[in-house]
Write a protein that binds this ligand. Structure first.
Ligand code: NDP
Length: 269
């Protein structure tokens, strides 16, 4: 039986996109401008050079119609990711990956222009479902720049007591068992078992992991989540839906960040 409340990211994201749409239409009516987002997809194109990409970023940085710039990661191996992320102006860095935005997030008395979309979406789910963060013990499994690190900074800013696990952590289950909020972003299918969880825990599962089985013709590549849902849902008090947990939130947070960027530049309330 399922005891956990299911955290439905798909429904939350749908509502949030609807609200963003209304705001965008209001903006268009009032001042004739809509928020502009540029997504740079390099993929594995071998013919794209770093200079070409950097020139594009400079153009977007200066273009007043562009309020947000997102560079799809990972970049091809021949490109210097740090150099490219650094080139995005911090007030259009809607994925919050510029080191200055991460630095501002880490500082106690400062606020970043933007917070990374997946981490922001994960915490937004806790807010929407009225889950108390302050004073709670939260464990973040994973310390990547894109997910684990910003999630831990966000939870710390909201007065959680945070523990960060990584691939060198021994006996992760013993640590996880002591926690109230578990955010898993390790990228390891079914790593977190029901026995790691205590009654009442809240679970945000960020992991979306390809599973190494040959898909049937025309079927989509199968994926697995970090947390073993069937076991965890019997113990936890709340757990993200699979599929439809954090994934859909990422896109709505990207739109929300772009809208706030446009509002800030255009001084539109
Ligand atoms: P990375 O591979 O960059 O980072 C994984 C992190 O998990 C690392 O810090 C690693 O430790 C840690 N880790 C790996 N194995 C273990 C283990 N056995 N125990 C504890 N920690 C471990 O992945 P990302 O952060 O980019 O992504 C994490 C997951 O989230 C992936 O499944 C990805 O697909 C998913 N994702 C989902 C998104 C969405 O919902 N839209 C967006 C982005 C990511 P170490 O630092 O020591 O290597």
């Amino acid at each position: 039986e399922t005891s956990a409340k299911v955290i439905d990211g798909k429904a939350v994201a749908k509502q949030s996109k609807y609200e963003i749409k209304i705001e965008v239409l209001n903006m268009k009516d009032a001042i004739g401008v809509v928020p502009g987002l540029d997504v740079i997809l390099v993929g594995d194109k071998k013919d794209s050079t770093e200079e070409y990409l950097l020139n594009h970023i400079v153009d977007y940085n200066e273009n007043p119609k562009v309020h947000g710039i997102l560079i799809q990661l990972p970049l091809p191996r021949h490109m210097d990711e740090a150099r490219i992320l650094n080139a995005v102006t911090i007030d259009k860095d809607v994925d919050g990956l510029h080191p200055l935005n991460i630095g501002l997030l880490a500082k106690r008395d400062r606020d970043p222009f933007f917070v990374s979309c997946t981490p922001k979406g994960s915490i937004e789910l806790l807010h929407i479902y009225d889950i108390t963060i302050k004073g709670k013990r939260a464990v973040i499994i994973g310390r990547s720049n894109i997910v684990g690190l910003p999630v831990s900074l966000l939870l710390q800013r909201e007065d959680a007591i945070i523990t960060i696990l990584h691939s060198r952590t021994e006996n992760p289950e013993e640590i996880v068992r002591q926690e109230d909020i578990i955010v898993s972003a390790a990228g390891k299918a079914n790593m977190v078992r029901g026995s790691w969880i205590k009654s009442g825990d809240v679970i945000i599962d960020v992991g979306i992991n390809p599973i190494d089985v040959r898909p049937r013709k025309s079927s989509r590549l199968p994926v697995g989540w970090d947390v073993c849902y069937d076991e965890a849902c019997k113990v936890a008090s709340a757990i993200t839906l699979v599929p439809g947990g954090v994934g859909p939130m990422t896109i709505s947070m990207l739109l929300s960040n772009t809208l706030s960027s446009a509002k800030r530049v255009l001084k539109f309330e």
